[in-house]
Design a protein around this ligand. Structure first.
Ligand code: HEM
Ligand code: HEM
Ligand code: SF4
Ligand code: SF4
Length: 268
């Protein structure tokens, strides 16, 4: 044997490592490795398996499976990568579930505001007579805590607060969701795969528009002004949001299997 032959390179690939002291020279790993990665040291007084071609290893883990003496184990680097992957799945699982929770509160509160208060409200009836300015005044009045109308025992102002509360958290988790899928967007755009992924791309643009048309009137409100512009934004916001709801439901339903797979991966 050449001096230095049995160095670290010959006891590991990027996927597996061998502890030659445990090897009983049965040669099962050699026979089962599909890529001829393993070789023999076969001297009368010294026999064991050895990694000959680490670069050819594909990580099929057959060697670990067939060795009855536990000479092979997963390489430390692979273990680290597996741990990293597990962490990633864990964080995605948590954020996706929180997205679901706050998304649900956001949709329910948004729909109550839109279908329960806006549609057919006295403000809507005013519109035909005295125009958008009167509706603005109605909205501003309805947002007061003294409004008599309630849905599910909650008045307009509190539904509106609930909607905003859900949106703050939803937006935070959305930032993480978009951050981890940033590469996906880059890939889709650079490989011109937009048509193939039209549903997620439409969802993304819709989300951006709904977020902008919701946040701008909120900032106008926070600045303390009562303006028609605010109402126009909300009117666009709540119509676009109805389409967004459909896309969101489709997005989540299509990925429902992901939740089951992630859950069983984490249990393992
Ligand atoms: C209720 C809210 C949402 C939930 C629960 C949700 C859940 C999921 C799940 C489970 C996946 C696949 C697993 C993963 O890689 O994380 C995914 C992928 C993705 N989501 Fe969402 N998502 C939501 C909203 C959104 C929104 C609003 C956008 C766009 C602005 C978006 C963009 C994406 C993208 C780009 C992917 C990767 C591509 C793909 O899987 O097709 N998601 N989402
Ligand atoms: C997806 C379903 C959604 C529906 C059905 C919906 C519906 C509505 C409705 C009807 C209002 C008017 C409330 C009011 O007059 O006080 C509103 C307000 C608002 N929405 Fe949404 N929305 C949805 C999603 C979103 C999203 C994704 C965002 C931002 C990320 C958002 C941000 C806001 C904000 C900030 C306001 C407050 C505007 C203000 O009163 O100054 N909404 N939404
Ligand atoms: S299967 Fe295990 S004991 Fe047999 S040669 Fe390979 S490493 Fe040695
Ligand atoms: S993991 Fe597969 S390819 Fe790599 S050495 Fe073991 S049996 Fe061969």
């Amino acid at each position: 044997m050449k001096p230095g032959f049995l160095n670290r390179e010959h006891t590991r690939t990027s996927h597996v490592q061998i502890d030659t002291r445990k090897c009983k020279a049965c040669w099962k790993c050699l026979d089962n490795c599909p890529n001829q990665v393993i070789t023999k040291v076969d001297l009368p007084w010294h026999k064991h398996a050895l990694i000959a071609e680490p670069g050819k290893c594909t990580g099929c883990l057959k060697c670990i499976e067939v060795c009855e003496y536990g000479a092979y184990s997963i390489a430390d680097k692979t273990k680290q990568e597996a741990a990293k992957q597990r962490d990633k799945t864990f964080y995605s699982f948590i954020t996706n579930n929180l997205l679901l929770l706050f998304g649900l509160i956001m949709i329910v509160s948004g729909l109550v505001l839109q279908l329960g208060f806006h549609v057919g409200s006295p403000g809507e009836q005013h519109e035909s007579r005295s125009g958008i300015q009167s509706q603005t005044v109605y909205y501003e009045q309805a947002r007061g805590l003294d409004t008599p109308d309630t849905i599910g025992g909650i008045n307009y102002s509190n539904w509106s607060t609930l909607h905003k509360f859900a949106i703050v958290f939803f937006s935070l988790f959305m930032i993480y969701h978009l951050y981890i899928h940033w590469k996906w967007y880059k890939g889709v755009i650079s490989k011109r795969l937009i048509n193939k992924n039209i549903q997620v791309m439409t969802l993304s643009i819709l989300f951006l528009l709904v977020a902008l048309t919701g946040l701008i009137p909120w900032f106008i409100d926070l600045s303390g002004s009562v303006s028609v512009l605010r109402l126009i934004f909300i009117e666009i916001h709540d119509k676009l949001a109805l389409v967004l709801v459909i896309y969101l439901i489709l997005h989540v339903l299509k990925r429902s299997k992901w939740f089951v797979t992630a859950c069983s991966k984490l249990k393992r």
